[in-house]
Design a protein around this ligand. Structure first.
Ligand code: GTP
Ligand code: MG
Length: 307
């Protein structure tokens, strides 16, 4: 099983050397640095240490990862931040479930360990809220979906469809994995304080990630995407209706509010029905795509036997 260590970097001269060195010490020689046009010595240091260094053509961590996936061909890719916050010695924890064939995508869970003190209070809170939100809307049990330390098998990293350019990339990787029916698993890892300067803006990127979590739900379950919107409309309608009825008992009539109540509940129901229909269409479409994938694999294997 050959493994490529993929490191996205943007001005990480303070950390990149020790990160690469750590992986080399573990016996990994295939190290791929995808750089976002750093203006410091990042690329020079990485090249000197024997890493393959490529400058990304676009912008953002997401675009960098997507581009790198197209250039890599090893059995497994390990993605790790170049900021020194993850420990190279712990890479075995990520690879173990893949070696044993029980997972296709393994993410390092920073929140499971007692040594997650490197989080700022805001980042820890934000991470917990976003993970809670993810579990709520997807109904899938993940605890650190924004982790920057993860291992993916070739079938996963070659089939995920990535469109997000920035820090929503981890969300998209998680959603694409479960939407395509691959097995994701979390293992506890340590999280250290990063050296150098953070590139992530907690509030701006936090809101973008929250929006991505909801927006990407369409790819996993379009039904759910509409059920939540429909339920919110109906909930608002019920609250308003309760107020209208309460006032009516006091001999006050709210005509316009009563109409609005009806509108909210009816449109909520319609959105839910729309969700049911899209779920139905999506399911048959997913089954079809799965069938096509299986047939394609079959053809590929029988082709191999003949040659
Ligand atoms: N190629 C590339 N790498 C990037 C870009 N932005 C950030 N990175 C790298 O992506 C990794 C994660 O970025 P960080 O700023 O550490 O983000 P974070 O780990 O989510 O946030 P912190 O907790 O503040 O460290 C680091 O190795 C960055 O150098 C980019 O635009 N292009
Ligand atoms: Mg970091």
């Amino acid at each position: 099983m050959n493994v490529c260590i993929l490191i996205p970097t943007l001005n990480e001269e303070a950390n990149i050397g020790q990160v690469i060195e750590g992986f080399i010490r573990q016996g990994f020689t295939n190290i791929f640095v995808i750089d976002g046009r750093s203006t410091d010595r990042t690329r020079e240091i990485a090249e000197r240490m024997g890493a393959k260094v490529v400058i990304q053509t676009g912008r953002g961590k997401g675009q960098a990862i997507r581009e790198a996936f197209g250039m890599i061909d090893s059995d497994v890719v390990v993605i790790v931040d170049g900021d020194g916050s993850y420990i190279p010695d712990e890479v075995g924890r990520l690879l173990e479930p893949i070696k044993r064939g029980i997972a296709d995508h393994v993410a390092g869970d920073r929140l499971a360990s007692f040594e997650n003190g490197a989080f700022t209070k805001l980042n820890l809170f934000g991470n917990k809220v976003l993970n809670f939100f993810f579990r709520l809307v997807y109904g899938v049990d993940v605890h650190d979906m924004l982790s920057g330390y993860r291992a993916l098998t070739k079938k996963v990293y070659k089939s995920v469809e990535l469109r997000k350019a920035g820090f929503e990339i981890e969300t998209e990787l998680t959603v694409e994995t479960i939407a395509k029916g691959y097995r994701i698993m979390e293992v506890p890892i340590t999280y250290k304080k990063r050296g150098g300067k953070a590139k992530l803006h907690p509030l701006k990127d936090g809101f973008k990630i929250a929006a991505a979590i909801y927006g990407l739900l369409k790819r996993y379950s379009p039904g759910r995407y509409f059920y939540f919107i429909g339920s919110a409309l109906i909930f608002a309608g019920i609250l308003m209706g309760a107020y209208v009825v309460y006032e009516w008992f006091k001999d006050v009539s709210h005509f316009l509010l009563a109409i609005l109540t009806a509108l909210l509940i009816i449109s909520g129901l319609q959105v839910i029905i729309f969700g049911m229909m899209s779920d139905f269409l999506f399911r048959s479409n997913t089954d079809l795509r799965k069938e096509i994938r299986e047939i394609r694999e079959e053809i590929r294997w029988s082709g191999r036997k003949e040659t």
